[in-house]
Design a protein around this ligand. Structure first.
Ligand SMILES: *[C@@H]1O[C@H](CO)[C@@H](O)[C@H](O)[C@H]1NC(C)=O
Ligand SMILES: *[C@@H]1O[C@H](CO)[C@@H](O)[C@H](O)[C@H]1NC(C)=O
Ligand SMILES: *[C@@H]1O[C@H](CO)[C@@H](O)[C@H](O)[C@H]1NC(C)=O
Length: 594
């Protein structure tokens, strides 16, 4: 019903005001511009004028503040609305654009020869997709699209180093893509790396189980877990060994996969036979998003790691692997239509379009925050808020470069040294997972990404925890990070020496991309516990883990995350930007927030 009235209003508005407005479409104001061509990219050639692509426009969400207010209410354990998550329709009503916004944008599109009736609308109408040529897009955005080539991956993308919008549209449009976000699927860092093959010291979970004198007591985690991690290590360490999932008809865990990474079913069975024998025969579902593939002859390290460890912890909880496609790489000199090649947006708009979604998600991809345009980052971060409001817990790896890789120079034209936060890790609406290593005691792993956002202000859920840290820190690293930014990671889990089966062989894999699925696995079990007791799932985790849940974490108090030619930050008592609140103790979390 709402749709009909918006469309009608838009049509009337268009007819009534077009002559008045059309002059304004040339009064441009810059929306986003880079000082230089992003690092790693070079201009290859001008983009062919008749090349067509899908332009996605994020409209200003009329009642977004109300959505955020609702998100915090349903996620705050002290609020009467705690756990009363919103339906797809309720979220869409809050994020829908104002009818004036729809009308104005439609008349702008019409003025550029785009038929409003052919426009695709998603997410309550707040994301609009139109098929345009380079020539049209260049006129609409006063942009110069070029074909850019990446110097190490040799990927080609069609982007512009700046774009503008008519002045009157700035209050109505949040972001237009693809424009200035250069990251491609392949150049997004998959935060995992293969370690030299280390022969496991033991055969599998039966061996570990024999070593466990008293399951559920950290003191008995075998010392072999300091070098090789298996599901049995994690289940002992995080205290889930004795828990049997019961809500397997309702509860699900989702893994978001990109970069043509495919999770292999045969490898999962080999993994189970070796490391979790009671799970042999366990499966997962693959959902292909936007042309994402599922080539079983091409197992991905990241995909296999994510699936094997989420399942290794949560079996028999149903597990969904989302294989999100992108465009085929752009081929210069051919006029192949490509889609938007904006993986987060493709995945988020797909998942938000489903009425029933997994209660826990893990994602192991990220970029340096400064390479993601501010308008793109804020609009994508807001989509994660919608997932939280729907009742899903969103876990992200914190990154594998400590406080930053390389010389850490800013890209604002000033070339000053700054710690380099990661996005989406820096988005306040996701829960960011750092890395640890060793047992008895567990310590921070040196690559654990951590820091402070330059885009997102510090949310109140973490203000006490972070001020406590900053007071203790004193003047260390002063000037290298933003003391008012959203700080991360929120939590941590093991991140090195994971035994993963890839193409039938066991390899040792490390990175915070191992930490995120591990932590997500524990959250999925907590959701199982809550759901099987007739409660709502945890949803957006941050408000509860920084308050009633704090005592459910093993505080990690040593180790640091060097980077940018510095020693980085040091883990200590309480929250720190290396391991956050610490690693999960499932038994304690059950008692506190289960
Ligand atoms: C469009 O962008 C060019 C630079 O690419 C600039 O010189 C020109 O002034 C802009 N036009 C308007 C109308 O803002
Ligand atoms: C620091 O973070 C705030 C958000 O908390 C932001 O508004 C400000 O621009 C950031 N400063 C720098 C230098 O990036
Ligand atoms: C593990 O969970 C049990 C309850 O299942 C709890 O009693 C215990 O304190 C937890 N932690 C450790 C370190 O044993």
């Amino acid at each position: 019903m709402r749709w009909l009235s918006i469309a009608l209003f838009a049509f009337l508005h268009l007819v009534a005001s077009k002559p008045l407005l059309s002059k304004r479409w040339d009064d441009f104001d810059v929306k986003h511009a880079w000082a230089d061509v992003p690092k790693g990219w070079e201009l290859h050639s001008p983009a062919p004028a008749d090349h067509t692509f899908n332009m996605r426009i994020g409209l200003k969400q009329d009642r977004f503040d109300d959505l955020v207010a609702a998100l915090y209410e349903v996620s705050d354990p002290y609020h009467s609305r705690y756990g009363q998550h919103l339906s797809k329709e309720e979220v869409e009503a809050l994020v829908a654009p104002h009818p004036d916004t729809v009308a104005l944008v439609d008349s702008w599109l019409a003025d550029h020869g785009v038929n409003p009736a052919s426009v695709e609308r998603e997410n309550g109408g707040s994301w609009v997709t139109v098929k345009v040529t380079i020539e049209q897009a260049s006129r609409m955005l006063n942009a110069t699209y070029g074909v850019y080539r990446h110097d190490t991956t040799s990927d080609y993308v069609v982007r512009t180093t700046s774009y503008s919008l008519p002045r009157i549209l700035h209050d109505h449009i949040g972001v237009v893509t693809p424009t200035t976000y250069f990251s491609t699927m392949r150049s997004m860092k998959a935060t995992s790396f293969l370690q030299p093959h280390i022969e496991p010291l033991h055969d599998g979970d039966a061996d570990i189980a024999r070593l466990l004198v008293n399951p559920g007591s950290l003191a008995t985690v075998p010392s072999s877990c300091s070098t090789t991690i298996t599901p049995a290590c994690l289940r002992a360490l995080y205290n889930t060994s004795t828990y049997v999932p019961r809500a397997t008809n309702t509860n699900k865990i989702g893994v978001a996969g990109y970069l043509n990474e495919f999770a292999n079913t045969a490898d999962l069975q080999t993994f189970f036979r070796r490391f979790r024998t009671d799970a042999v025969g366990g499966t997962f579902q693959t959902v292909q998003v936007n042309g994402g593939g599922n080539n079983q002859n091409d197992p991905g390290v990241e995909a296999n790691l994510d699936i094997q460890y989420t399942e290794g912890i949560t079996f028999p909880t149903p597990n969904v692997y989302f294989s999100t496609g992108g465009s085929p790489p752009f081929i210069p000199d051919s006029n192949t239509p490509t889609n938007t090649n904006e993986p987060y947006l493709d995945w988020l708009n797909f998942i938000l379009g489903q009425s029933s979604i997994p209660q826990t998600f893990t994602t192991s991809y990220g970029d340096d925050e400064q390479t993601v345009p501010f308008d793109y980052a804020t609009n994508v971060c807001n989509l994660f808020a919608q997932l939280g409001a729907r009742g899903s817990s969103i876990l992200f790896s914190s990154g594998d470069d400590g406080v930053g890789a390389g010389n850490c120079l800013t890209n604002d034209g000033k070339n000053t040294k700054q710690f380099q936060p990661n996005f989406p890790a820096s988005c306040p609406f996701v829960t960011t997972v750092g890395g640890t290593i060793r047992v008895n005691p567990e310590v921070a792993v040196s690559f654990s990404g951590g820091g402070f956002s330059n885009y997102f202000a510090r949310p109140s859920f973490q203000s006490a925890a972070v001020s406590g840290f900053l007071t203790k820190l004193g003047t260390t690293n002063r000037g290298l990070f933003n003391t008012t930014g959203r700080a991360y990671p929120d939590v941590a889990a093991q991140g090195q020496g994971f035994q993963v089966v890839i193409g039938g062989r066991v390899s040792s894999v490390g990175g915070t991309s191992a930490s995120s699925p591990t932590f997500a696995g524990v959250i999925a079990l907590l959701n199982d516990f809550r759901i099987s007791n007739g409660k709502a799932p945890l949803g957006f985790l941050n408000p509860i883990i920084y308050s009633t849940g704090v005592a459910g974490f093993n505080d990690i108090t040593s180790g640091s995350n060097p980077g940018c030619g510095t020693n980085g930050f040091t883990a200590g008592a309480g929250w720190d930007p290396v391991t956050g609140l610490g690693t999960p103790d499932f038994g304690k979390l059950q008692a506190l927030i289960g």
